[in-house]
Design a binder for this molecule. Structure first.
Ligand SMILES: [Zn+2]
Length: 477
């Protein structure tokens, strides 16, 4: 039996185990850094298969490393399992009906992501065992992808350093190895503390935190001309101070987000924005404190591994849906706005823009094959898989898990990530990752990994990892 057939047959033979775990995690949605249930559920699944589980990786109670095997190569598979706030929703339902009013929900499909990656690790472990192939499989349970960047803390702790390759996936609307570079992102909150005073009778006694915010924004907007070409600066008021104009505001706060094509650029811009904040404080006689809470490095796809992922995707083949899946997808599609397919990405489909538009119009589920496309891509979004990609050669795959046109991070998505559509996507992802990784273990002279490493040294460099967070910042829980 070929590696492909063996891996597919293992995953199909054990599909109910993995589907039960994904439904279970969907039934217990947990926010970033609080994924106790999901982490324990996955640890239990992996321990039962002989993996040695280390909990509390990188000082986070919901991070873990599960390891099986010995020696090299050492391949890591990344899983996420956090939910999003306020996206609680009944499954397969086309109306907004939360299960828990205001509660969290899996509107990004990380219940599928975590279990799909664990399933890939388990399928790979069985394949290596049966063939007596040496090497180590690691599953990394990564908390807080949604805004908290758990992987950045893990990367800073050096726990990806021993890997020869890392793989991840994400629920998507189409099937494709992920070929695009992605932006780095860093964020900071600036809180100004002034002195309150009556604006009419004693303005000279007051020091305005609002003035400091306004001057900071003026300074930052003048900085725009001097940003690196790919950098972007966004800001919002978190607190504009007093509600009444006749009070000198004592406290006010801003949040800045900086994106750029490299983490070094983003951090350099952040340093200048910090100087501007200090200047605004100096000008207004206020104090500024800076809080860091978000950040992720730019994602650098390792194209050697991504091409290999393309081969695996090709061999596994497209997802086969049945009439029930199509019926559900048609029902979901009918509940979405009419223009829901407008502007959705098509570049990775291998179709032209017009062909993709026509395909999306006439298809509710992506049932085409996925292929590696040899072209440079850049996606403006960010992910903390970027931090892993700056430590070790990394590849990802996007796998259809929902109706074409469903917007990310919505209740419409939560309604599908427990359905058979989501479940089929999860198993497809496990097959692609396990098969791609198996190719590395079968390559006994290690040529593929040597090529991947050479590419990594060329694109990322062999220098040390630069974390988007300052050293003193620790995970919030
Ligand atoms: Zn996500």
């Amino acid at each position: 039996m070929s590696a492909r057939d063996q891996i597919v047959s293992y995953l199909e033979g054990n599909r109910e185990t993995f589907i039960a775990a994904a439904c279970d995690i969907w039934d217990h949605p947990e926010l970033a850094f609080h994924e106790d249930y999901a982490c324990a559920r996955l640890a239990g699944l992996l321990e039962k298969e002989g993996f040695q589980v280390t909990r509390g990786a990188a000082g986070m109670s919901t991070a873990m490393i599960a390891q099986w095997g010995n020696g090299s190569p050492v391949v890591g598979i990344l899983g996420e399992y956090d939910a999003l706030p306020n996206l609680s929703q009944q499954t397969e339902c086309t109306q907004r009906i939360p299960i828990v009013e205001g509660g969290p929900g899996h509107g990004c499909g990380h219940n599928l992501l975590g279990v799909g990656s664990a399933a890939a690790a388990i399928a790979l472990r069985h394949y290596l065992d049966e063939h007596g192939l040496p090497g180590t499989v690691r599953f990394y349970g990564c908390p807080a992808e949604e805004g908290g960047s758990g992987k950045a803390y893990m990367a800073r702790a050096g726990i990806f350093g021993e890997l020869d390759a890392a793989f991840c996936w994400h629920p998507s609307r189409y099937l494709s190895p992920w070929m695009a570079k992605m932006n780095a992102i860093v964020a900071a909150e600036f809180w100004f503390q002034g002195v309150p005073a009556h604006a009419a009778s004693a303005p000279h006694m007051g020091r305005s935190a609002l003035d400091a915010c306004e001057l900071m924004n003026v300074g930052a907007n003048y900085l725009r001309e001097h940003l690196p070409p790919a950098a972007k600066l966004h800001y919002a008021y978190l607190d504009a101070g007093a509600k009444a104009p006749n009070v000198i505001p004592e406290r006010a706060g801003l949040k800045y987000i900086i994106r750029s094509s490299t983490i070094d650029d983003a951090l350099a811009v952040r340093a200048r924005v910090e100087d501007i904040a200090r200047g605004a404080a100096l000008m207004t006689g206020t104090q500024v404190s800076i809080r860091y809470n978000e950040g992720a490095s730019d994602y650098v796809p390792n194209l050697t591994l991504t091409r290999l992922m393309g081969e695996a995707v090709d061999e596994v083949g497209p997802i086969v849906y049945d009439e029930e899946d199509y019926a559900l997808a048609r029902k979901i599609r009918a509940s979405l706005p009419e223009d829901c397919i407008k502007g959705i990405a098509w570049e990775f489909t291998g179709l032209s823009a017009d062909e993709a538009r026509e395909y999306y119009k006439t298809h509710v589920l992506y049932d085409r094959p996925g292929k590696f496309i040899d072209r440079e891509f850049h996606a403006p979004a960010s992910t903390d898989v970027g931090d892993v990609s700056r430590c070790v050669p990394t590849a990802q795959v996007e796998v259809p898990c929902y109706t074409i046109g469903t917007p990310n991070h919505t209740w419409n998505m939560t309604a599908q990530t427990r359905s058979t559509i989501g479940q089929k996507g999860m198993l497809e992802a496990a097959k692609c990752i396990a098969l791609c990784a198996a190719k590395l273990f079968e390559d006994r002279d290690g040529r593929l990994l040597q090529t991947a490493r050479r590419e990594f040294e060329r694109t990322v460099g062999s220098g040390t990892y630069v974390c988007p967070f300052p050293d003193e910042l620790t995970p919030p829980r």
